[in-house]
Design a protein around this ligand. Structure first.
Ligand code: NAD
Length: 335
């Protein structure tokens, strides 16, 4: 089995070599070529001669790319991530190109990272760290607030949202949840199910854990921000385009949004996962975001734990093996 892995890094190679084993699919039966470029219309030709392409969050699996892959004989696109918003599913269906994914690797990794952003922002840990390194032990400007008793709004109560709810419960927060697919007669008393606008109006902290779809694109925009409490904290570890970045910059300038913690950014594909320290950021919107002292940005690292990378490698190899050994029902196919 020849697999062409796009957007790969040294850690992908390490974890696929260490953990991509499965009793029924020993790693010797697969041959992985690790390529650093993203998959897009310019790089699809590199998959010539392979049977599977393995992709990550910033690979662009659009209709043209899928067509090119099909013509080159690719039989399966194996996503090594949970989200599939970067795949044109309609085109894949038309071309009869199966797409599989890793639906769950470690919801705790992402939920804990969202929590880390909350704590860092609230207690100004990033600013305190810089001060202490400069021998400045003054406290002005570092005032935080107790999480205990605060309302935390969770948008999307799937695997990651549920893990995040439990953590926030541990801090003594009141958790409000909006999720259109949640049954209204659930008997989980760790949170209160509310409408979307109620969540916006009543939350001190809002954390996004829903997928990016056409319905959720720019879910956080000028209008929805206007319903929020002044000085609200917004956390996004889900997908960048859930948030209209220009709207959030306006809201930060007006001090309507008091704290912003993001692990994802709508135009992240040219920035994240790369070392750009010898160059400069061309994206003025992103550069503006970086100037706010009450904004914390991490470069799509919420998933990045040993446990998650282990599970990603294992599941991806299992998916590929299951698909080609006549067990597509075990391959975590999206279509
Ligand atoms: P999941 O499918 O288990 O849960 C998503 C939940 O969102 C579901 O319960 C669904 O009903 C709900 N939802 C759908 N539309 C909604 C809407 N309009 N409003 C509110 N809720 C809505 O997915 P998950 O495993 O919890 O992952 C959530 C998201 O986290 C993924 O889609 C992915 O984009 C993101 N993610 C980010 C990272 C990272 O490293 N930053 C890693 C993994 C996943």
């Amino acid at each position: 089995m020849k697999i062409c892995m796009y957007s790969s890094k040294a850690y992908d190679e390490k974890f696929f070599n260490l953990n991509g084993q499965h009793q029924s699919a020993p790693l010797e039966s697969v041959e992985i070529s690790y390529l650093s470029p993203h998959l897009n219309e310019d790089t699809a030709y590199m998959a010539q001669g392979f049977e599977v392409v393995c992709c990550f969050v910033n690979d662009n699996i659009n209709a043209k790319v899928l067509q090119q892959l099909k013509e080159q004989g690719i039989k399966l696109v194996a996503l090594r991530c949970a989200g599939f918003n970067n795949v044109d599913l309609q085109a894949a269906k038309k071309l009869n190109m199966p797409i599989c994914r890793v639906p769950e690797y470690s919801p705790y990794a992402v939920a804990e990272h969202a929590c880390a952003l909350v704590l860092d922002l609230n207690r100004n840990i990033h600013r305190a760290h810089n001060r202490v390194r400069e021998n400045d032990y003054s406290l002005d400007g570092l005032l935080g607030f107790d999480l205990h008793g605060k309302n935390v709004g969770v948008i999307g109560a799937g695997k990651i949202g549920q893990a995040f709810i439990k953590i926030m419960n541990g801090f003594g927060c009141n958790v409000l949840v909006y999720d259109p697919n949640l049954e209204s007669n659930h008997n989980d008393n760790s949170f209160t199910q509310v409408g979307f606008n109620t969540l916006l109006k009543e939350s001190d902290i809002i954390s996004l854990h829903c997928p990016l779809t056409t319905a959720t694109h720019h879910l956080i925009n000028c209008e929805t921000i206007s319903y929020m409490k002044p000085n609200v904290m917004l956390i996004n570890t889900s997908r960048g385009a859930l948030v209209d970045t220009s709207a959030i910059i306006k809201a930060l300038k007006l001090r309507k949004v008091g704290y912003l913690g993001i692990d994802v950014y709508e135009e992240e594909s040219e920035i994240f996962f790369e070392n750009l320290s010898d160059t400069f950021i061309e994206d003025d919107v992103f550069a503006r975001l970086q100037t706010f002292p009450n904004v914390i940005i991490t470069g799509h690292q919420a998933f990045f734990t040993k446990e998650a990378l282990t599970k990603i490698a294992e599941t991806t190899i299992n998916n590929i093996h299951s698909y080609f050994s006549g067990m597509p029902e075990n391959a975590n196919l999206v279509i």
